[in-house]
Design a protein around this ligand. Structure first.
Ligand code: ADP
Ligand code: MG
Length: 245
């Protein structure tokens, strides 16, 4: 049984079909990266997975359990297992770093406050932000804020982590610190679905790379296949273009 099993998933905005039957699986601890041109549906796929955009067909199973996206309780249970980090880190501006990380586990999950704080400090250490626990977001660089956002997502103890272009809004010199953080997470057995334009990074950390175009999967395979020996012309064209830049 796959950890995450997506079958024939479709989604639409109004009458415009966006995802056109995506079938994809990930085993526990796998790092699956989605690449493909802007508008190909990568973000939509992640949004459907986490229950922000309703699917119009197909199904998603986590460890064999089908998610019912029409049911609030099922979506809540899903979010106990899956977290997402976006390009725009969206930290709560009026809260310290520590409170940003602890608020959901304490207020929503009703977990023990001391235990949550201990874990939050460990996570902030892991992302290299321990010294900043009392800082407010506007006192931090974009890269630092994004690392806090990652710690905040991890404080929910996700089995599956979705990362949507988390370095795209950062100054170039801040990209590596965030990639280093993600790199360390890939060794911890969290199943990850990553959307990123950092191709060297994608090639290095992914167990599998998925090429998307026009709401569909064009090709998937190990990074060596996708980047060095693509089997489809569309993949060859896309990879050729981005690697030339
Ligand atoms: N909220 C929305 N309303 C209408 N169309 C949308 C919305 N979000 C995305 N789209 C459209 O869905 C398609 C896929 O977008 P997206 O999933 O963001 O692609 P990607 O992340 O691969 O760039 C695009 O054509 C985009 O214009
Ligand atoms: Mg996107």
């Amino acid at each position: 049984m796959h950890h995450l099993d997506i079958r024939d998933l479709s989604s639409a905005y109004g009458s415009q079909q966006i995802l056109k039957g995506v079938t994809l699986s990930a085993d526990k601890g796998e790092v699956v990266s989605l690449i493909g041109p802007s508008g190909s549906g990568k973000s939509t796929l992640l949004r459907v997975l986490i229950g922000l955009t309703p699917p119009t067909g197909g199904d998603v199973r986590i460890a064999g359990e089908t998610v019912n996206y029409a049911n609030r309780k099922s979506v809540r249970a899903l979010r106990d297992r899956m977290s997402i980090v976006f390009q725009q880190y969206n930290l709560f501006q009026n809260m310290t770093v520590l409170r940003n990380v602890t608020i959901a586990p304490v207020k929503i999950r009703k977990r023990d406050k001391d235990e949550v704080h201990t874990q939050a400090r460990a996570l902030l250490t892991k992302v290299g932000m321990a010294e900043k626990e009392d800082a407010y977001p506007d006192q931090l660089s974009g890269g630092q804020q994004q690392r806090v956002a990652i710690a905040r997502a991890l404080a929910l103890n996700p089995e599956i982590l979705l990362l949507d272009e988390v370095t795209s809004a950062l100054d170039p010199e801040r990209v590596n610190e965030v990639l280093d953080t993600i790199r360390s997470l890939t060794r911890e057995g969290i199943t990850m679905i990553i959307v990123s334009h950092e191709m060297a990074f994608v090639k290095e950390v992914s167990t599998r790379v998925v090429m998307m175009d026009d709401g569909q999967i064009v090709e998937e395979g190990p990074p060596e296949q996708i980047f060095d020996n693509p089997q489809k012309q569309r993949t060859r064209d896309y990879v050729g273009t981005i690697l030339r830049h």
